[in-house]
Write a protein that binds this ligand. Structure first.
Ligand code: GTP
Length: 325
């Protein structure tokens, strides 16, 4: 039986993993891809975004799969095999999207430490997304961001459309990981032949593969947490922008990542709102379904999150809800 090739997508918060995954699922013609998504926080924004393009999506929201003590990843991998064996699922590749705070070490270890998983899956490679705009600061602040680069078989430098000159960053990445080629990508656009069949974990004679390092997350990351803000009334787009501008004015350094779906007054479609530190964007997503109660849900992930300020800023929109809708 041919083992199922597994690609692990990693990279710090907001580096472009979901954007790349959407590109992979959209472009590839040759494989049936199953996806395991691990989301930070209980809201599955990314799962909603990748939609129905994967053969099977399993979402693990019970904490980060690299640090949870449960065997959630192991169980998910075995469940997928059960599905294959009983004919309820059909796929020939697996992509695992880690959270931006995941240390890839323990995730990779799962593929070496469980007999059935070792036999039926084959780790193809680790692809690490690096946000060309924020990476320098993230690498200075979080040893985890360095680990994610250390494990890479391929490094994809994202946001090169807005980052300016990347020479110094590229040199820094090469010093951390001299083995992985670095490719610039804009919105996940890359030739898939460069991503698959990297054989990063095959011990070929000509390749010196560094032994995976399994390390604990640095204590400093304990300061990172997430909060979910929800409201069940429509809001005016300009008001949300004003709230965000104010929050960023005071707390841009603390807000590592924020994203969610918004109910905008008078609009038939959901607004996907997301940002990474100071860069944020909004896109219209699909229309609200007839049987779906519109609502807004935002997830904020940050260092020493100013929770009270964030909640009170959004509560402020409640006192003056728009008359329409
Ligand atoms: N300008 C620009 N924006 C990008 C690029 N790639 C991704 N983005 C934007 O960056 C934000 C984060 O992208 P995602 O793909 O959600 O990042 P992620 O790594 O999956 O994020 P988390 O799962 O939250 O860690 C989104 O607003 C993307 O549209 C790029 O190449 N250029």
């Amino acid at each position: 039986m041919t083992p199922i090739a597994v690609t692990v997508l990693t990279g710090f918060l907001g580096a472009g993993k979901t954007t790349l995954l959407r590109h992979i699922l959209h472009e590839q013609q040759d494989y049936k891809i199953a996806v395991i998504e691990n989301e930070f926080g209980e809201v599955s924004v990314d799962t909603q975004l990748i939609g129905d393009r994967a053969s099977q999506i399993t979402t693990l929201t019970n904490g980060c799969i690299c640090c949870t003590r449960s065997n959630e990843l192991e169980d998910a991998l075995l469940d997928l095999l059960d599905g294959l064996d009983n004919g309820s699922l059909s796929f020939d590749r697996l992509v695992i999207e880690c959270t931006g705070m995941a240390d890839p070490g323990p995730i990779l270890q799962t593929f070496f430490s469980h007999e059935i998983i070792c036999e039926r899956y084959m780790l193809d490679g680790v692809i690490t997304l690096v946000d060309a705009v924020h990476a320098d600061q993230q690498l200075n602040q979080f040893s985890l961001a360095q680990s994610q680069i250390g494990y890479a078989d391929r490094i994809l430098l994202s946001k090169t459309d807005v980052s300016g000159d990347n020479t110094a960053l590229t040199e820094r990445l090469q010093r951390i990981n001299a083995r992985a080629p670095i490719y610039p990508v804009i919105h996940g656009q890359i030739d898939l032949a460069l991503l698959f069949d990297t054989r990063g974990f095959m011990l070929e004679e000509q390749v010196v593969v560094a032994k995976p390092r399994f390390q604990r997350i640095h204590e400093a990351q304990n300061a990172i947490s997430s909060i979910v803000v929800e409201f069940d009334y429509p809001v005016v787009l300009g008001d949300v922008s004003a709230v965000m501008e104010n929050l960023l004015g005071s707390f841009a350094e603390s807000l590592l990542r924020y994203k969610g779906m918004l109910w905008i007054a008078g609009q038939p479609c959901r607004l996907l709102f997301q940002g990474v530190q100071r860069l944020y964007s909004a896109d219209w997503d699909r229309p609200w379904e007839a049987d779906e109660q519109p609502h807004s849900t935002l997830v904020f992930i940050g260092v020493n999150l100013p929770e009270a300020e964030i909640r009170s800023a959004f509560d402020g929109l409640k006192t003056n809800p728009p008359a329409t809708q």
